[in-house]
Design a protein around this ligand. Structure first.
Ligand SMILES: Cc1cc2nc3c(=O)[nH]c(=O)nc-3n(C[C@H](O)[C@H](O)[C@H](O)COP(=O)(O)O)c2cc1C
Length: 322
């Protein structure tokens, strides 16, 4: 890290830690589609468009959600180093092409909640394995809803039976559409299994999908399922939504996504995604209508008490620098 001597008043090793922490964010297919430009007075977050998924994510919506999650981690990492981050989303001509800039807004002591979120960053991971058949307590649910609200987003908790059955149908329908699309399948194949420092390794794939599964999880070529190893019967399922459409909302909701995931981690909860219903445009519109039309669904999460899973790989810090 010798490109800039000092960034926001932090020394090289501290800046490297900020970028490494940012990169621990989740990203669609673990593409890690973010780059950072460092200057003495700001960190710029840029999309890495070489890593977009044209078939799965044609509008780069999930790419921006992923970058929003990395931005949330950047904010936390700066707080850990005593810097109060001042974020500008879509800064325009101030930083051409950037999704966000982060400047120093002074110094600030860490509060206990932020401290816990920071500790959760390296232990959070997507968990595609079956969860225990233990309901998520109401207090935990409320904490997750509050986490989304804190980042100006909305967490729709799927509680009633009809709502749940409808969402299950929508996820299955979108899953079926994607299974028939050779371009989507090719992208999944390209980011599964054999890559070194990105993509989804076999150890993180969960268990192989089976016809009896209530929720259609994405198949990252999981190992054969052992007899008796089925999914939990009643996970908490939520739809994370923004209040409007477009890149700004996606960056906002990406930050909310990460606050929700980290809050879940602090509560001992595991989470996996079911984004198919959002990725297939016609299904997303159906889902949006079913939510009343006032909010925009951005991602679907399955939440419960899971067993440990290994971390997914990340690229080196220098690979992320522009
Ligand atoms: C916007 C977004 C959408 C995602 N959609 C899915 C999905 O539909 N199915 C899935 O299994 N994982 C999904 N993931 C999880 C990523 O595959 C995961 O974050 C990545 O492999 C890195 O692993 P980690 O979360 O354990 O760090 C999604 C992640 C993001 C940020």
């Amino acid at each position: 890290m010798n490109r800039v001597d000092e960034v926001l008043g932090l020394a090289g090793a501290e800046v490297a830690d900020v970028i490494a922490t940012a990169a621990l964010a989740p990203s669609v297919h673990n593409t890690q589609p973010w780059r950072f430009r460092l200057a003495s007075d700001r960190i710029e977050l840029h999309p890495d468009l070489d890593r977009h998924l044209p078939a799965t994510d044609p509008e780069n919506r999930e790419l921006r959600l992923s970058c929003g999650a990395a931005l949330f981690n950047t904010r936390l990492a700066l707080r850990a180093h005593g810097v109060k981050p001042l974020v500008t989303l879509l800064p325009g001509s101030d930083a051409p092409g950037a999704l966000a800039t982060v400047r120093r807004g002074g110094s600030r002591e860490l509060d206990e909640e932020t401290r816990q979120l920071i500790r959760a960053v390296p232990v959070r991971r997507s968990n595609r394995k079956p969860f225990r058949d233990v309901p998520v307590p109401a207090g935990h649910r409320q904490a997750l809803v509050r986490a989304a609200e804190r980042e100006r987003s909305w967490l729709h908790v799927v509680t009633d039976h009809e709502d749940r059955a409808r969402l299950q149908r929508l996820v299955a329908k979108a899953h079926g559409v994607q299974a028939q699309d050779p371009r989507v399948r090719a992208e999944l194949g390209a980011w599964t299994g054999t890559r070194v420092d990105d993509g989804v390794p076999a150890a993180s794939a969960g268990i192989r999908p089976a016809p009896q599964d209530e929720w259609a999880l994405r198949d990252f070529h999981a190992a054969e399922r052992l007899p008796g190893k089925d999914y939990e019967s009643d996970p908490l399922v939520v739809v994370l939504c923004s209040f409007y459409d477009g890149p700004l909302a996606e960056l906002q909701t990406g930050q909310a996504l990460q606050r929700v995931l980290l809050t879940a981690t602090t509560l001992g909860l595991s989470v996996s995604f079911m984004s198919q219903a959002i990725e297939v445009r016609s299904v997303r519109e159906e889902l949006r209508r079913s939510l009343g039309g006032g909010v925009v669904p951005q991602t679907v999460l399955r939440i419960g008490f899971g067993s440990p899973v290994p971390p997914t790989p990340r690229r080196a810090v220098t690979d992320f620098l522009l």
